[in-house]
Design a protein around this ligand. Structure first.
Ligand code: DOR
Ligand code: ZN
Length: 348
């Protein structure tokens, strides 16, 4: 029987870009008004290299969150060679920290300070393994010789497989996976490996971006793949499999930076993210697994308690705005101008 409403444990977004300055003020409300926690990415213009910088950034974010909200930003450091044992101990012992993010150099926005030789970070991986600190990975190689659409697969086969062999106890999240190959790799890996999936990789394939006029607002990294990849991601998310959970990778860029000669990668999906996802689970007759994907699997993997609040979702038609912000600061959200059939409300 068709359900007209569901109530779930308040969800978390285990991968988000909140930026800094005035753009943060514009976007953060889309997240704090729904989610209990979000794992905040450290790829600011000046990357977050040290715990002290992460704490300052967290204070800035908290200053934008109303007192009535229970939202907690969970911080990450940008993997860099100056990370010390003490830094890792701080991350390990504070619930305000979620891990260290590995950006291969040159793969995406603000990754120029990223990793070139991953083996030179084995000292840090060893400490992370010892202190139970999670490594979040942007899983793509940036070699010019590797085709854009194969970069995730080559990373998994050459780099990730080696890291897993060398550090079998290291907790790893392969972020924003995009391919059937990634789904299979994570399914077959040990329980300390898991993966996040974005809404845009569940809803779109590369044809949507390339075949009916170029859609710059669907351009992201890792790039959208084939239909069979989208189906593999959808099937595993809809199944509620415990190793896969929501990390939106919502990544705001101003319209001029997206619609340009050299457009930035990133989809702004935070606007009505949870409503878009519940509609996706509903359309695929999988509402019973929705809470696992958005509220339970991630908390279980990160070993934190479920949020205390509940989110009530009900069938009711709303329109996603054509843009957010104003003429000076305009961002085009995912599914801009389209209708969805669900709304949400936090309840105690
Ligand atoms: O599309 C993306 N945008 N992928 C990333 O990995 C980074 C993000 C951003 O920061 O803009
Ligand atoms: Zn990201």
């Amino acid at each position: 029987m068709e359900k007209n409403s569901i109530t779930i444990i308040q969800p978390d977004d285990w991968h988000i870009h909140l930026r800094e300055g005035s753009i943060t003020k514009l976007v953060i409300q889309d997240t704090y008004s729904v989610f209990g926690r979000a794992l905040v990415m450290p790829n600011l213009d000046k990357p977050i290299f040290k715990p002290r910088e992460a704490i300052e950034y967290r204070n800035f974010l908290n200053g934008l969150i109303p007192k009535s909200s229970n939202f907690s930003p969970i911080m990450t450091l940008y993997l860099n060679e100056n990370i010390t044992r003490d830094d890792i101990k701080i991350i390990s012992s504070s619930e305000n920290f979620g891990g260290i993010k590995y950006y291969p150099k040159g793969v995406t926005t603000n990754s120029s300070k990223g990793v070139t030789d991953y083996k030179s970070f084995f000292r840090i991986f060893e400490l992370m393994e010892k202190y139970n600190v999670t490594l979040q990975i942007h899983g793509e190689v940036s070699d010019k010789s590797v085709d854009e659409f194969d970069r995730e697969k080559v990373f998994i086969d050459k780099v990730l497989s080696d890291i897993v062999r060398q550090f079998p106890q290291l907790k790893i999240v392969l972020e924003h996976i995009t391919s059937r190959h990634a789904v299979e790799f994570i399914k077959n890996a040990s329980s300390n490996l898991s993966a996040t999936i974005t809404a845009h990789h569940l809803l779109y394939e590369r044809n949507d971006m390339l075949s009916y006029g170029l859609k710059p607002h669907l351009y992201c990294k890792p790039i959208l793949k084939r239909n069979s990849d989208m189906i593999a991601l959808s099937n595993v998310a809809l199944s509620g499999h415990k190793k896969f959970f929501l990390g939106s990778d919502s990544a705001p860029h101003l319209i001029g930076d997206k619609q340009s000669d050299c457009g930035c990668a990133g989809v702004y999906s935070a606007k009505y993210l949870i409503e878009i996802l519940v509609q996706f689970f509903d359309n695929n007759n999988s509402l019973s697994n929705f809470e696992k994907f958005v509220s339970k699997n991630g908390a279980n993997f990160y070993d934190v308690s479920f949020n205390k609040k509940k989110l009530f979702l009900e069938r009711s038609r709303i329109k996603i705005p054509n843009f957010i912000g104003n003429e000076e600061m305009k961002i085009i959200p995912m599914m801009a101008g389209e209708f969805i059939n669900w709304t949400s409300k936090l309840v105690e």
